[in-house]
Write a protein that binds this ligand. Structure first.
Ligand SMILES: [Zn+2]
Length: 243
């Protein structure tokens, strides 16, 4: 009986173990097949993990160089700085890195030693010392008559400056000035900063101090914030990671 039982139930005492081994091998093969054929996709990067170029904000003029002057004494340099600071704060809110060519109006108080050219050379050196930067210079326009109005975007040499400039122009128009019929244009080679920046560079004339409607808008904190938001929107779109 013992041997019969052994024959019926224990003829192959390792059968169960072998079955488990075969099953494990099959599972390993299936796993290897999936590993070889599945497309492994990296996780989508989050916005904070995306390394965008540093936004270099240049509020034009400053100190004894007030730039254009409105009939009521409003200085271009003050409006440039006010919009630039709002842009800087908005950019910080979105986690974007920024560098300012000036943060206040305290420099260049000595009229005798001031040189506009030296100031621009200094700004260009600062801009070109920033790795992976994008230069956005902020200015206001002025004209002998009061008729011209609206923003104007000028872009530096190179395809990237053109692309960013056109995008910025389109963001300003769609957000603030749908009636604006201007187009973004290449900056004159005589514009020192855009000509000497080694990174994509644009210059935005936000409006005309010689136009009453523009002047009223540009003097308003709310409009300045909206303008800064349009500039930031263009920067975010231009630097958005390609899917
Ligand atoms: Zn200016």
């Amino acid at each position: 009986m013992k041997s019969e039982t052994h024959e019926r139930t224990g003829r192959d005492p390792y059968r169960k173990q072998r079955l488990l081994t075969v099953l494990a091998a099959i599972l390993l093969l299936i796993g290897a097949f999936w590993a070889a054929h599945l497309e492994i996709r990296p996780a989508q990067p989050t916005l904070s993990a995306v390394s965008r170029p540093c936004l270099i904000i240049d509020p034009g003029h400053g100190g004894i160089d007030g730039g254009a002057l409105a009939y009521n004494g409003v200085k271009e340099s003050d409006l440039n700085l006010s919009i630039a600071l709002k842009l800087r704060d908005l950019a910080a809110f979105y986690g974007c890195e920024t560098v300012m060519t000036r943060q206040d109006d305290s420099r260049r108080t000595d009229i005798l030693s001031y040189s506009e050219h030296e100031d621009l050379v200094h700004r260009a050196e600062l801009v070109n010392g920033v790795p992976n930067g994008l230069l956005l210079s902020i200015h206001q326009n002025c004209f002998p008559t009061s008729q011209p109005s609206g923003a104007q975007v000028l872009y530096g040499p190179g395809e990237e400056s053109r692309r960013w400039g056109e995008l910025t122009h389109s963001c300003i128009l769609s957000a603030l000035q749908p009636e604006n019929r201007r187009v973004a244009e290449p900056a004159s080679p005589g514009l020192y900063l855009t000509a000497h920046a080694q990174c994509p560079a644009i210059l935005v004339e936000c409006g005309f101090l010689s136009n009453l409607s523009d002047l009223q808008l540009l003097s308003s904190e709310k409009y300045q914030r909206s303008f800064a938001a349009a500039l930031l929107s263009a920067y975010l779109q231009y630097t958005a990671p390609v899917a």
